[in-house]
Design a protein around this ligand. Structure first.
Ligand code: SF4
Length: 341
């Protein structure tokens, strides 16, 4: 039973099937959402004997914290160990007015972007709903969470039904009640699911990990482009724009050796203008075992100016957590490397 991945209705049903009053399910839901207990023994509103018998029969908590790395800028990267021993990470990014959690949706990732640590090992499995939601609830205990971004390891649209259920659970009025508009799903370009997301949850913000504006460069960096090329993506984005009518974001990692020529800047600017998209330019954060080079600040400024000249609304994202391996998948990789020696 995925307790952290269930809503109050599902837990009421679960309780009645066990011969318990339905309100016990409701009590469990409220406690999970607001107190994040590790075991049933911590759920004080339940009778003592019931807590003991539930702990005998079920594992409540889907993850244990392995490490917390805190950066000098307040960013906290947390490595979780799941029930089967697999590991995933999430990042808490506090600012003066926001607390954003970057969550993982899969163990590893099948997409295999050449600049990303998560893609180096392939995908091991999808995360369950509770494993996704728990990453947020864990950080919510320290400070109320205001935003969630699906930008950790994994392609969220390859784990579509669980990501959708997690989004709905995070928005549950008796839980965190997070507005859909404060949740961003970042995809590397699963065209058919972009359309479906627009139908299922049109209020959720879409971020497209573009990283190159032409097929030749993009297929080299984001292998998924060979399945859904730029033309297929544009069709999906057209449908998304018509259905949703909200501003989307293009994510663009700046790799000095791969996607920063003048023609890349021009094409990127034009593409963003077509959708009124905001472009996040992200200077590459060097990752263990990947072949790319971080650009100089001069190169970043020049590229940004060219994108703007071409009509793109672009900003350069500050590098949060640079001292704590805060690029997706880096902490998992480092831990694997440490345990391998
Ligand atoms: S950047 Fe995202 S889509 Fe690409 S390999 Fe990494 S986790 Fe997967």
């Amino acid at each position: 039973m995925d307790f952290y991945g269930s809503d109050s209705q599902q837990l009421r049903l679960w309780a009645t099937k066990r011969g318990l009053p339905a309100f016990r399910g409701e009590q469990i839901f409220t406690m999970l959402q607001h107190h994040v207990p590790q075991c049933f023994g911590d759920i004080s509103p339940l009778p003592k004997e019931l807590r003991a018998s539930l702990d005998q029969a079920h594992r409540l908590c889907p993850a244990e914290v392995v490490t917390n790395q805190e950066s000098s800028d307040g960013t906290v990267k947390t490595l979780f160990s799941l029930a089967d021993g697999k590991r995933v990470e999430s990042v808490s990014i506090p600012t003066r007015t926001r607390h954003t959690i970057c969550v993982s949706s899969q163990v590893g990732c099948a997409v295999g972007c050449t600049f990303c640590a998560s893609g180096l090992t392939g995908v091991e499995r999808d995360l369950q709903v509770g494993e996704i939601v728990y990453q947020v609830l864990y950080h919510h205990q320290r400070r109320p969470v205001t935003h969630v971004v699906f930008m950790g390891s994994g392609e969220p649209l390859f784990n579509y039904s669980n990501v959708l259920a997690a989004i709905r659970l995070l928005g549950h009025p008796q839980g965190l009640g997070l507005s859909r508009r404060r949740i961003t799903v970042s995809t590397s370009g699963v065209a058919e699911k972009i359309r479906q997301l627009a139908d299922d949850e049109p209020q959720v913000t879409l971020a497209l990990s573009l990283h190159a504006p032409d097929d030749e460069s993009r297929s080299r960096l984001v292998p998924l482009n060979r399945r859904w090329n730029i033309a297929a993506l544009l069709q999906a984005l057209d449908a998304y724009s018509q259905r949703v009518g909200r501003r989307m974001t293009f994510e663009y990692v700046l790799l000095a050796d791969a996607n920063m020529r003048d023609h890349h800047a021009h094409d990127l600017g034009r593409l963003a203008r077509r959708y009124g998209a905001h472009i996040n330019l992200i200077p590459y954060n060097p990752v263990l075992q990947t072949p790319h080079q971080r650009p100089s600040w001069d190169q970043v400024e020049r590229f940004t100016a060219l994108v703007r000249e071409a009509g793109g609304h672009a900003t350069v994202r500050g590098q949060r957590g640079a001292d704590i391996d805060a690029a997706c998948g880096q902490l998992v990789l480092r831990k694997k490397a440490e345990t391998a020696v």
